[in-house]
Every structure is written in C-alpha cells, then in structure tokens.
Ligand binder design. Structure first.
Ligand code: AMP
Ligand code: GLY
Length: 435
C-alpha cells in the first residue's frame, strides 16, 4: 500500500521513516516533506496548511492511508475533507481536533466527562478575569483559548502580574486566539505525556514520554516546541498508566463519541503527575514533536496496522493483537536531542551548512530526523528553521540511548546550532528512577 504523510517536521520524518519499514508499505509520499523525507519517498510541494491543495493532491495520488502530522491541517478540517472523499485518514475531524484548537472546549469536555484537570474558568473580559484570579492562589496560569504556536500559556507569580497579563492577552496579543482565556489553578508535579492510538472506541496506549519544553538546561529560558524527549518515562509507573487509561483516556474517548465527535487518530494526553494523581494539562490532536521521534525509534514492530485501525475502526477487542504487532512488549528505550538554530525560539539565522549527519547515522542505534533543513545550490544540507535536527538513538538502557544520541550530536558539525546537554536530567539525577 501507499501512504501519504502530511507535514515537514522531524515528527513527520520519524513517522515516514517508521511507516517505510513496514512490510505492508510500498511507497511513502510526503507533502510538503523535507530533505530527510525526500530520501524515503517523493515529496510534493504543497504546504501542510493548504487544505484545498492537499485535497487535490490526495485525489491525484489516491493513497491507501493519509497520516496527518501537525495540528494546523487538523484544525482546518483536512481530515473531514478527505474522509468525505472516501479516503482513510489517521487524524481527527475538525470538531474532535478542537480538543487541541480550543482550550475552552477542551476544558468543558473534561469537566463534562469527569476527567481530572486543573479547576478553571473561561473569561473574555478583564474584570471577570481579575475577579476569578482573586479566588486562586499563586502562581496563576493563563492560557489563550486558540492555537498560539505553543506560546499561549503564561504562568504569573503575583496577582498583579497575572491581572496585567490577562489584560494584554485579551487586548489581542495573539489576535483572535486570545480573545478568550482559560484561567486555571496551578498544578504542582512532574509532567509527562501519553499517546493513545484510537478509532474512537478501542485504545492502544504507547509508553510514556517526557519532553523538555524550555530552551535552556535545567529547564530554564523561554518555552519552545520541545528540545528533547525520552521514552519510557519512569514517572508513569504501570499503576499510573492504568489510572490514566481508566480515568482519562477511556472517559474522554467514549464521551467524544457520545457527543458525535468520534476521535480517530492519536490523542496526546499532556499530564501533570500531582500528589493527588495524574491530571490533564492539555490534550493535543497529534503526536508530540519531539516525543514522536523517540517513540518511533523505540518501537520494534510495525506501526502501520495500528495507524490503519485507528483510521478505519476495529481497534476495540483487538488491542492486544495491535500491541503485539507494534512490539510494545519489547519497546526499546530511546532518546532524542533537538538541535536548533542559535537564537531559537527567538530570531535566528538560516542557511548555515550542516555537516556530519551521515557520520552520526553510521553510529550504532542513531537516526537523525530532519525538520528545518534545506539543500543549497551546492547540494549541501543547510539550516532553514528553528528546530533543525532531532538526533535520536535507542539503546539497551535509557543511559545507553542518551549516550548514543549525544555521540550522534557530537558527530554533527554545525557551529550555528545548539542543543540541551541535559535531556532526561530527571532520570539521570535520580529524581525519578529509571525503570
Ligand atoms: P499547555 O500549552 O497547556 O501545555 O501549557 C504549557 C506548559 O505550561 C505546560 O507544559 C506546563 O508546563 C505549564 N502548565 C500549563 N497548565 C498548567 C497548570 N495548570 N499548572 C501547572 N503548570 C501548567
Ligand atoms: N512537544 C510538545 C508538543 O508537541 O506539543
């Protein structure tokens, strides 16, 4: 079969790479793809948020399955369009994708289905915002309702700061995305994410991952899309995973189906492991980036049957069979280190030559997934974005995976780039014990 992957990040490179290793698959196509994905199969120059052009491309290519990587085309209804044309699609319809694209909707659904999360209120004027803030304890969490490229969350230490931030957000810091805000109580604890493949009925839980959102070591500096990840994250014990399945994933997925918004694809559960148990920080309608890179690398089996079943149904009752095909029992510890352009997530230069990617990939267990890369007129790989490479490795242990990933990083010559040297510091420092 032939599979079309939508997107151009390292997440989509990792998905295309994993899909291409399946015996079921003939060709992997990408739109728009990147130089790394181009080495796997043809890339078509259509932007990932141009849903009209993507619909046309799909009609031309007639893939057996379309896998939608990023949130923008999901929020813009690409899955709805393609399903209406009779295609099988991995990724939720627009209505279900609102679990990511509207935080107010997401919180309302959690409340309705009794899913544990921070207490909150959705507000659209500064007076109501201030009145609700006054009922909470510091620190204060304010979230733009709509998609704000991962920058829509403010954590304020004082009431004055929180009130000023509420005013600035509502005055249009993120345009329509911050016309309303979700204000919520602060949840203490350690974060991790769980990815659930679902057809809206059955559920396949993947091993827990921990991302590193801050740009600087020791979780300092500005928030980014994610600077590195490792899997499995031992903060999610098997007991906690059972609770997350029963208290969060099951009621959410069943509730969405009851509401006529059957969720097909991957549900990203961003969690805080609080003293009172696991609570939802956010849902996303797609795989995490860079979490996906580590997950795909560590998965020993075939992902394609699971993706197909999530797209077309038949997960329920067959979970164990899909888990066996994916090789979840023999999951290999994996880590990914993001190399970004210096300056990211602020302004940065593009066009610097990157050497050594092949040398990195010749090392045991190392795969380099590309994101913001391009090829210059001399055929050299150059930087073309903020997050540029995801240097990913597997190992017999998490320690080995990390050592290999950093050894891969060291093989890459790109002085204009940087990475965090402390991925998985919580495990390495003994803060959470390696499983
Ligand atoms: P979000 O975009 O909702 O994932 O929020 C971005 C980040 O803000 C999360 O990864 C958390 O680190 C933090 N955060 C969001 N909501 C809360 C909360 N209620 N309590 C504590 N931290 C939070
Ligand atoms: N790495 C966080 C995200 O994909 O949202």
């Amino acid at each position: 079969m032939n599979i079309l992957v939508i997107g151009s990040g390292a997440r989509e490179h990792a998905l295309a790479w994993k899909i291409a290793r399946s015996d079921l698959v003939d060709e992997v196509w990408s739109a728009p793809g990147n130089p790394g994905m181009d080495a796997i199969g043809p890339c078509f120059d259509v932007a990932a948020d141009d849903v009209e052009a993507l619909e046309k491309l799909t009609l031309q290519l007639e893939p057996h399955l379309v896998v939608i990587g990023p949130e923008a085309p999901l929020a813009a209804g690409l899955a709805d369009r393609l399903r209406a044309r009779g295609f099988d699609v991995f990724g939720p319809d627009r209505a279900a994708a609102r679990l990511e694209s509207s935080k107010a909707f997401s919180k309302a659904q959690m409340e309705k289905f009794g899913v544990p999360t921070a207490a909150c209120k959705t507000v659209s004027d500064p007076e109501t915002a201030k009145a609700y803030l006054a009922t909470l304890d510091a620190p204060y969490v304010l979230k733009a309702d709509g998609l704000a490229a991962g920058k829509g969350v403010v954590i304020a230490d004082t009431l004055e700061e929180a009130a000023a931030e509420a005013e600035a957000l509502l005055a249009g810091r993120f345009g329509p995305a911050s016309q309303s805000l979700v204000i919520e109580e602060f949840m203490p604890g350690e974060e991790a994410s769980i990815f659930v493949l679902t057809d809206g009925e059955g559920m396949i839980l993947m091993p827990a991952v921990q991302d590193h959102k801050r740009a600087g070591e020791g979780d300092t500096g500005p928030n980014t899309g994610g600077m590195g990840a490792y899997v499995p994250a031992p903060v999610i014990t098997p007991e906690l995973a059972g609770r997350i399945r029963a208290e969060i994933a099951a009621p959410m997925i069943a509730g969405m189906a009851d509401d006529g918004m059957t969720y097909r694809g991957v549900l990203y559960i961003g969690l805080m492991i609080t003293p009172d148990g696991p609570k939802v920080v956010e849902f996303n309608a797609r795989f995490g980036d860079p979490e996906c890179q580590a997950l795909m690398a560590g998965l020993p089996g075939d992902i394609v049957p699971g993706l197909l079943a999530a797209a077309t149904g038949g997960v329920k009752g067959n979970e164990a069979a899909f888990e066996a095909l994916m090789g979840l029992d023999e999951f290999c510890p994996a880590a990914t280190v993001v190399m970004a352009s210096q300056g990211y997530p602020g302004p940065y230069e593009k066009g610097a030559v990157i050497r050594g990617v092949d040398a990195a990939q010749e090392q045991d267990g190392v795969t380099v997934f590309q994101a913001g890369t391009d090829i210059n007129g001399d055929g050299q790989l150059i930087s073309a974005g903020g997050r540029v490479l995801s240097v990913t490795a597997t190992g017999a242990t998490l320690e080995e995976a990390l050592m290999r990933a950093y050894s891969g990083v060291d093989a890459i010559a790109w002085p204009e780039g940087f990475c965090r040297r402390d991925i998985a510091w919580r495990v390495r420092s003994g803060m959470t014990k390696a499983g």
